[in-house]
Design a protein around this ligand. Structure first.
Ligand SMILES: NC(=O)c1ccc[n+]([C@@H]2O[C@H](COP(=O)([O-])OP(=O)(O)OC[C@H]3O[C@@H](n4cnc5c(N)ncnc54)[C@H](OP(=O)(O)O)[C@@H]3O)[C@@H](O)[C@H]2O)c1
Length: 291
């Protein structure tokens, strides 16, 4: 069978290699992998791989061999799995305590993105305790864990406030149930030709090429999205955060039906120099918005 193994080469961190099909332990099923998802925790490891590293913790597919000890689902079951390693392959042996049978409504590809980030969010929520009727503030909410946590907390009828760098990155969170949003130092619109060369270079690097970067910049325009943001929205901008080709957040606050604008003339990029001046104000605003 084929397996993706680390190369240690930054520009091409994994490559296909032939490997023998894993022999499952008595409490493991053998899964024919149909989808897996890369996790940042694993891609970090690929930068300087330990000998024998076999990535792959988030998988979904079909059980082709049931566990010998009788635990877990029978062959033919469609499952999601969370093996300790080795899931970026055509087959993986996964302990039966780390798999779940998939309902028909859930596609295999979506299921493969569930395990590690989903479990992290679930455990975070359990650590916090019951959130029903409570107000929950999430930083880093636009990330993988944050999306799950927003959905779980909203489903538990908590009032969720999601903090994201840009309104665009928070759009899906509002769909998932966030009750209010705060954006800090995010662009409303980008004009590629006016951006300074270092910013263009950064975008080209992140996008993987100039054409893609130009297209991306052309799509950063929240004028259509802004009127659709119906939850209370606080936009925080710094007066020193001035980059040619970047329109800051004021029009976003103006166009959103429940938008509010907090402008700090001395605030620089991401307002890290002015936290005492806006963080407490944002917390007060959130309390007011949710009251
Ligand atoms: N994913 C997993 O399976 C997993 C498992 C265990 C632990 N964790 C930990 O859980 C945390 C979140 O993981 P993740 O996978 O959700 O990461 P992620 O997808 O990279 O998201 C992290 C979010 O944090 C925000 N952020 C980045 N720098 C920030 C800063 N300086 N201040 C405030 N917010 C900042 C970013 O949102 P904005 O751009 O909107 O600010 C980003 O979307 C990480 O510490 C990770 O190590 C993750």
């Amino acid at each position: 069978m084929r397996r993706l193994i680390p190369t240690g080469v930054t520009s091409r961190p994994v490559e296909f290699a032939q490997d023998t099909q894993p022999a499952p332990a008595p409490d493991e099923v053998l899964i024919k992998i149909e989808a897996f998802s890369p996790n940042r925790g694993e891609t970090f490891l690929l930068e300087a791989p330990e000998p024998g590293l076999m990535p792959g913790k988030d998988v979904a597919g079909l059980v082709v061999q049931a566990a010998a000890d009788g635990s877990g689902p029978p062959a033919g079951s469609r499952v999601v799995g969370h093996p300790p390693m080795g899931g970026w392959a055509e087959y993986a042996a996964v302990p039966t305590h780390s798999i779940a049978v998939l309902p028909d409504a859930l596609a295999t590809v979506q299921a493969a993105a569930l395990p590690l980030a989903g479990i992290t969010a679930l455990r975070l929520l359990r650590t916090v305790g019951a959130v029903t009727g409570r107000r929950v503030l999430l930083t880093g909410a636009s990330g993988g864990v944050g999306h799950y946590l927003t959905e779980f907390a909203a489903a538990a009828r908590a009032e969720v406030t999601a903090v994201t760098a840009t309104a665009e990155r928070g759009a899906r969170l509002r769909e998932l149930g966030a009750a209010a949003a705060v954006t800090v130092s995010g662009p409303f619109r980008l004009y590629w030709d006016a951006l300074p060369p270092p910013v263009q270079d950064l975008l080209i690097q992140r996008a993987g090429g100039e054409e893609t970067a130009r297209r991306f910049a052309g799509q950063v325009d929240l004028s259509t999205l802004a009127p659709q943001i119906t939850c209370p929205l606080l936009v925080v901008d710094g007066g020193q955060d001035v980059i040619p080709g970047v329109t800051n957040g004021e029009p976003l606050a103006r166009l959103a039906p429940h938008g509010h604008y907090l402008y700090l003339p001395h605030g620089d990029h991401l307002l890290g120099n002015a936290r005492p001046d806006w963080l407490a104000a944002a917390a007060d605003w959130i309390s007011g918005a949710l009251a």
